[in-house]
Design a protein around this ligand. Structure first.
Ligand SMILES: NC(=O)c1ccc[n+]([C@@H]2O[C@H](COP(=O)([O-])OP(=O)(O)OC[C@H]3O[C@@H](n4cnc5c(N)ncnc54)[C@H](O)[C@@H]3O)[C@@H](O)[C@H]2O)c1
Ligand SMILES: [Zn+2]
Ligand SMILES: [Zn+2]
Length: 369
């Protein structure tokens, strides 16, 4: 089948909008017509050459759509089902899957991160040449072929743009605050970076009635947005020392929990340095390849500090997508307000330029007519 897709040919090239071929779904796979695809900073990392990736590549790993056809052996989905896509298509057999941690699935880590399907191949080609799908998704295209476990059936009444962002930003951010290290009532919380992921951390934290909920960013407009999602205080990172500002806001104590969601090594160090004794810093943002952090192990033991990571909000997409959308329907997670830009596929390159200038507020979503 022919379809329109935005192709990435390597750093320094603009995305090329062109028609490519997509095969029928094979065993345990489904083909989905995309209705909406969100733009995550991880796509930008690849585009900017900050992370290596196989090319040519269809970027995009937040997506929602309608199942168009199913391969042999698919039992949980049928054509016409509305789905949100997951970039950890779990094998449901490895030791991580069977112990309830599909976000660490061996197959997903080995294959999705190489931008191929679980059998190690791709269903996309351009003039006979293989084209890869970012994180086994590749949602900046009219159709995707994904593993059955990478398409989660959802309520068909949900706005596709909202369903799409559940596929990464929302699950990553909300999940970090309710799964990886659940915020407890009254705890003080710091969130560094108020983009799509950081605002989702704030939403997830706000759900659990924290004490102070402090947002840090470099843009005042994003800090205002953070307040509208539940931040009680904001810090402009361009105005001075962030760690000192956190200490001032917390009576010199520091915070119980700090989430890094700006994707910078310096942000991880700030999160860690802002902790009160006994506190936990959660690394959600993902840094450019090669960046390193430096921490003081003496303070770590003496003050019982924890530094931990969070992949995909430690989520079990098959359960958590529905749970999150249920909280949205009940008005407890204002996911629709996170969608601040709606564009079409030809505007994608410009959208990435805006993101590169840190000027994208909330989440921008590509809608397919
Ligand atoms: N752990 C995971 O599973 C996972 C999943 C998705 C995304 N991510 C990562 O999360 C990070 C955020 O992604 P996003 O889509 O929200 O990006 P985004 O571009 O929407 O947001 C990043 C935010 O950081 C802010 N920022 C930039 N410099 C800053 C500074 N010095 N201090 C404070 N804030 C600053 C920007 O203004 C922006 O608001 C990225 O590194 C991305 O790769 C991780
Ligand atoms: Zn993402
Ligand atoms: Zn697995």
């Amino acid at each position: 089948m022919r379809m329109r897709a935005a192709i990435f040919d390597g750093p320094g090239h603009d995305l090329v909008l062109t028609d490519i071929d997509i095969q029928d779904p094979k065993h345990d796979e489904v083909r989905v017509r995309i209705t909406a695809a969100g733009i995550c900073h991880s796509d930008y990392r690849v585009l900017a050459g900050e992370w290596g990736a196989t090319t040519p590549l269809v970027l995009g790993h937040e997506g929602a759509g309608i199942v168009e056809s199913v391969g042999a052996g698919v039992h949980s989905l049928r054509p016409g089902d509305t789905v949100a896509l997951s970039w950890t298509p779990s094998c449901n057999r490895c030791r991580y899957c069977v112990t309830g941690r599909p976000q660490l699935c061996r197959s997903a880590v080995a294959n999705a991160y190489r931008n191929v399907l679980p059998d190690g191949t791709t269903r996309l080609s351009r003039d006979g040449e293989d084209v890869y799908s970012y994180l086994s998704v590749g949602s900046f295209a009219e159709y995707v072929v994904v593993p059955e476990s990478g398409a989660i059936r959802i309520d068909p009444g949900i706005d596709p743009a909202v369903a799409a962002i559940v596929g990464c930003a929302v699950t990553t951010g909300v999940g970090a605050a309710i799964n990886t290290r659940p915020v407890r009532v009254g705890e003080s919380v710091l969130v560094i970076g108020a983009g799509g992921v950081g605002l989702s951390v704030i939403m997830g934290a706000a759900l659990q009635s924290p004490g102070r909920l402090i947002a840090v960013d470099i843009a005042d407009s994003k800090l205002q947005l953070a307040k509208s999602f539940g931040a009680t205080d904001t810090i402009d990172a361009t105005a001075g020392d962030v760690v000192e500002a956190v200490r001032e806001l917390t009576g010199g104590e520091g915070v119980d929990l700090a989430f890094e969601a700006s994707g910078r090594a310096a942000g991880v160090e700030q999160a860690y340095a802002s902790l009160a004794a006994g506190g936990t810093a959660v690394v959600v943002g993902q840094v450019a390849t090669g960046e390193r952090i430096s921490i003081d192990p003496m303070a770590m033991s003496g003050r019982e500090l924890t530094l931990t990571g969070s992949n995909y909000g430690s989520a079990r997409p098959a359960v958590d997508f529905g749970r999150i959308l249920d909280l949205y329907r009940r008005g407890l997670l204002p996911l629709d307000r996170l969608v601040t830009g709606r564009i079409r596929l030809p505007e994608l390159t410009d959208a990435f330029r805006t993101m590169g200038r840190s000027a994208t507020e909330g989440r921008w979503v590509v809608e397919f007519p």
